[in-house]
Design a protein around this ligand. Structure first.
Ligand code: PHE
Length: 338
């Protein structure tokens, strides 16, 4: 056996050994140059050809070519695996910030509502609900709203077939609750209401109210004002004042509309409050004894107060928003601000 055969075997072994430790492109290039350059170890071995006899030549030549192919194949493999690893590590950059899933958030109206519910819960109020599709009895009649009252007019209410109506206020929940429980009653009832209003900055055909009702022995108008003031101060700040103006509702007597200090100008007068320093919230008053008649409460024994609150109005005040339509447009740029 020609000594070159052994040399070639040794070279392959050495090369394989060295190739194992290659970890980056720089080391790879050094290895490639060492073995495969013009003056490298592989080319070096080919020099033996000149010394061979005609018999040996084809045999040794074949060995040389096999050895060269072996080195070349291994180098190709190595190059591929190194560049793959390079690409992978370029794809995964652990220092980049992760992709956060987009998390939804509570609608501003629901946020304010939750706060209001908490405030009243803390004062011992229960939370009641009623249907949005009401009967004439609950929405009007039991609230002492006579058949010829303007709020029954087709202009204001959405009527449905079968003597049904989309409730125009949350006051029917007063009646439903009083039918269910005996005094003392201390409840709020949030919910959607519907009126045939043309939408503008402060009106929407669908809006939300929070009804309040307290019935017990010896309940007075002073209690009403105290509770409203405490709730509004807790919600909007200690500077808030409440102003009652005489008004009329068929289901309360006496009746009032109430305003709170303008949160934009703190009462000094601005565009939001039309220079009055006050913002209108809703109506309130002492429960009319006639209403007690519809639910079989003893009007001699019990007195009560009731109030409404416009949820959108309160949210507009709290967040300084000048058009309530934006609450119902579902514009994410608006909603993500809360
Ligand atoms: N229900 C009345 C309205 O929608 C508001 C109100 C509620 C007034 C309770 C007095 C007592 O305008």
């Amino acid at each position: 056996m020609h000594p070159i055969t052994q040399e070639l075997e040794q070279l392959q072994k050495d090369f394989s050994q060295e190739a194992q430790d290659i970890a980056d492109m720089q080391a790879f290039d050094a290895l490639r140059i060492k073995y495969m350059s013009k003056k490298g170890l592989v080319a070096e071995k080919f020099k033996v050809m000149a010394t061979l006899s005609g018999e040996e030549r084809p045999i040794i030549g074949k060995h040389l070519n096999q050895m060269k192919a072996f080195v070349q194949n291994r180098l190709d493999e190595l190059r591929t695996s190194l560049s793959d690893a390079g690409e992978k590590s370029a794809k995964i950059d652990l220092t980049l910030p992760g992709n956060r899933p987009v998390i939804g958030r509570m609608h501003p109206l629901m946020k304010v509502l939750e706060e209001i519910k908490t405030i009243f819960r803390e004062m011992g109020f229960s939370i009641e609900t009623g249907p949005e599709v009401e009967t004439d009895f609950y929405n009007f009649e039991a609230l002492n709203i006579p058949a010829d009252h303007p709020s029954r007019d087709m202009q204001d209410s959405f009527y449905l077939p079968g003597e049904r109506v989309l409730r125009t206020h949350t006051s029917p929940v007063q009646i439903r609750t009083m039918q269910k429980v005996q005094p003392p009653v201390r409840m709020i009832a949030p919910g959607r209401c519907f009126r045939r209003d043309t939408p503008d900055a402060t009106h929407s055909p669908m809006f939300q109210q929070i009804e309040g009702l307290v019935v017990d022995e010896g309940v007075s108008m002073a209690d009403l004002k105290g509770v409203l003031l405490a709730a509004m101060r807790k919600l909007l700040g200690e500077h808030i004042q409440i102003r009652f103006r005489p008004s009329f509702f068929p289901f309360t007597e006496p009746s009032a509309e109430y305003d709170i200090t303008c949160s934009s100008c703190f009462g000094s007068g601005c565009r939001v409050c039309k220079q009055t320093g006050w913002l209108e919230i809703s109506g309130a008053g002492m429960v009319d004894p006639a209403v007690f008649g519809f639910v079989d409460y003893d009007a001699e024994k019990y007195t009560g107060y009731a109030f409404g609150m416009g949820l959108e109005r309160i949210a507009m005040i709290k967040y300084n928003i000048d058009d309530l339509r934006i609450f119902y447009e579902n514009d994410v740029r608006f909603l993500t601000q809360f």
